[in-house]
Design a protein around this ligand. Structure first.
Ligand SMILES: Nc1ncnc2c1ncn2[C@@H]1O[C@H](COP(=O)(O)OP(=O)(O)OP(=O)(O)O)[C@@H](O)[C@H]1O
Length: 587
């Protein structure tokens, strides 16, 4: 546990980089401010001594009052400076850590990222990182401050009377024992509490994103059950924590204040014995029984510290996800080849999706992947785009193993149009150019080819129309054409269309087909075709079944060779020529 704490603080300071000097300065201010706590006690002792020795004059009162006043002002000024510096250091560190995570996530293989629960990532990015700020900006300087004062007072008391100074520590020893009880076995409970927060975040995200389905199926209050159960689970954990922490916390508070209980009899005994003067007894009765109450906030810091350690560990877990770095330049030719590829998803390693799968796609060729649902079509394209690495076998682009290629260049050279289009809360213009420096003319050019320019121009603010709330009014087909415009603008030589025509209805089917034709021009294309109508632009068709590509060729050849394709084509053909018969006659 101790090792974990050390490495976590060390990690935090490493992440802070040069900004750790703000934190060091803040600690120094806290330290001096904490030491100032001792000065008023010293002043009080001087006055008591003067009274006891009948030498108390106006000067003695005046000097000590000034001393006490200056030390109190200094204490607060320095504590304020410490807070300012710690906040500056903390927010700069927070900014760095957030950037580090975002940078890192951009280099993490997409598949690995999707294996992570999005609620867990949100908890880390949002709540856990905020806890780092709490620690750096507040806990660290406060820890020094609250510890320094009592330590300095104790040292001063040791200087005045060692045995009584040691007696003054008895409440501290008892309070530490109580704290030990309080925190024993807490790491598991706190871990559960953090996990329940992650679950709660995931359920909320799931609940909000599934709102449409919940309403459509009139699931009403039943849909709340998972949400309600998760809240109840969290409630149970926090009840458990408060039951465990409540009594020892009360004991801790009382014990830190019970100094007089020991000081009066023991100090009084020494005084009666004559080994203690009255001024020293008074000093210990006033101060020796009180100064430890300054340590009280340490208990709260202690419990928060456990949360901070958890946050550091979680942040590190994200930063430790292996990334793809370096690698060879992307080749100029783009023939794609799968050679005896075996693959199972990391979350389900026992169920192989692909076994010895082979596929050859020529440079500039357009190949459709067809097959039953769950056959592995999307898996193949995810492996080509290196969302995951193959277990056995290899995938090459232009003869080069994808695992040896620069990952960033793979992302640059492979465009994927997914079935679901993600629109950011930004203008349509920014949604098409997606962070590139493309001009409005270039964006419009791409949008024209994607058959969406006239629709965008009809929007209230044209290309400047904000998507956000308005975005919900885009139809599936319109969104898909925006995605196609993005891909046209990106102009990557390899194009993957995963069910890209699925949102097409008869009205915009023609437009989407035209958009896709424009998009595919001169590219190496793989289309995951669920509707066989998408096959018309393809040179060859590959059937995915039984964990591999079972046959590949032109439409006529595959029709002869593949029973699956023959059946699929026949039902597609029947559906195309289907005429609805109404009761009263033909429609
Ligand atoms: N992230 C994942 N983790 C675990 N298993 C997965 C994952 N994604 C897909 N699978 C499983 O892998 C198998 C192949 O899925 P894949 O999506 O490649 O099929 P598909 O042919 O594209 O199906 P569909 O046409 O329905 O989209 C399926 O059994 C699916 O359940």
């Amino acid at each position: 546990m101790m090792k974990k704490k050390e490495s976590s603080v060390h990690l935090l300071l490493k992440w802070a980089g040069k900004d750790k000097y703000y934190l060091y300065l803040s600690i120094l201010c806290s330290l001096i401010s904490g030491l100032c706590t001792m000065i008023p006690y010293y002043g009080v002792y001087q006055v008591i001594t003067a009274i006891y020795q009948y030498s108390c004059t106006k000067e003695v009162l005046f000097h000590n009052s000034i001393l006490i006043f200056v030390s109190i002002v200094l204490r607060f000024v320095l504590f304020g400076c410490s807070g300012g510096l710690s906040h500056k250091g903390a927010y700069r560190t927070l900014y760095k850590v957030r950037c580090m995570i975002i940078d890192h996530m951009a280099k993490v293989p997409l598949g690995v990222l999707s294996e992570h629960n999005s609620g867990a990532i949100k908890t880390i990015l949002n709540e856990d990182i905020e806890k780092l700020e709490l620690f750096l900006a507040h806990h660290l300087p406060e820890l020094i401050y609250y510890m320094c004062g009592p330590i300095a007072v104790f040292l001063y008391l040791c200087f005045v009377n060692l045995p009584l100074a040691l007696v003054s520590l008895i409440p501290l020893i008892l309070a530490m024992a109580v704290m030990g009880v309080m925190f024993s076995g807490m790491s598991k409970v706190l871990e559960d509490a953090n996990q329940s927060l992650v679950n709660l975040n995931s359920v909320i995200i799931e609940y909000i994103s599934g709102m449409k389905v919940i309403k459509a199926f009139h699931m009403g209050s039943n849909s709340f059950i998972k949400y309600k159960n998760t809240i109840e689970e969290e409630n149970k954990i926090w009840n458990k924590i408060s039951k465990k922490m409540g009594p020892p916390y009360a004991a801790y508070i009382v014990i830190t204040e019970c100094g007089l209980l020991f000081m009066v009899p023991i100090g009084g005994f020494f005084f009666l014995q004559g080994s203690l003067s009255l001024n020293v007894l008074l000093l210990f009765l006033f101060i020796g029984s009180l100064y430890l109450t300054e340590l009280r906030p340490l208990q709260e810091l202690g419990s928060n510290f456990a949360k901070v350690l958890h946050a550091v560990i979680k942040t590190k877990e994200i930063l430790d996800i292996p990334i793809f770095e370096g690698g060879d330049d992307f080749p100029k030719r783009h023939a794609i080849s799968l050679n005896n590829v075996c693959f199972a998803y990391p979350s389900n390693e026992k169920e192989p999706v692909l076994i010895n799968c082979n596929l050859e796609i020529n440079h500039g060729e357009k190949v459709a992947l067809v097959g039953k649902s769950g056959a592995g079509k999307s898996t193949i394209i995810q492996l080509i785009a290196r969302f995951y690495d193959t277990e056995k076998g290899s995938i090459t682009i232009g003869g080069m193993d994808v695992q040896k290629l620069n990952y960033e260049q793979i992302l640059e050279n492979v465009s994927i149009v997914f079935q679901k289009t993600f629109l950011t809360r930004d203008s349509v213009f920014e949604n098409i150019r997606m962070g590139t420096q493309a001009t409005l003319t270039q964006v419009r050019e791409a949008a024209k080819k994607a058959q969406i320019d006239s629709f965008i121009m009809s929007l209230p603010n044209g290309y400047e129309t904000k998507v956000g709330s308005y975005g919900t009014r885009f139809s599936g087909g319109e969104k898909q054409r925006i995605a196609i415009a993005r891909a046209i603008l990106k102009n990557a030589p390899i194009l993957i269309l995963d069910e890209a025509t699925s949102a097409a209805d008869p009205e915009n089917q023609v437009e989407i087909d035209k958009a896709i034709q424009n998009l595919c021009e001169g590219k190496t294309v793989i289309i995951v075709a669920h509707r066989l109508s998408a096959l018309k632009i393809c040179d060859r068709i590959a059937v995915v079944e039984n964990h591999a590509v079972s046959c590949i060729g032109c439409h006529e050849d595959v029709l002869k060779e593949s029973a699956y394709y023959k059946a699929a084509w026949e039902s597609f053909y029947k559906a195309r020529t289907f005429v609805y018969q109404m009761k009263g006659g033909l429609v």
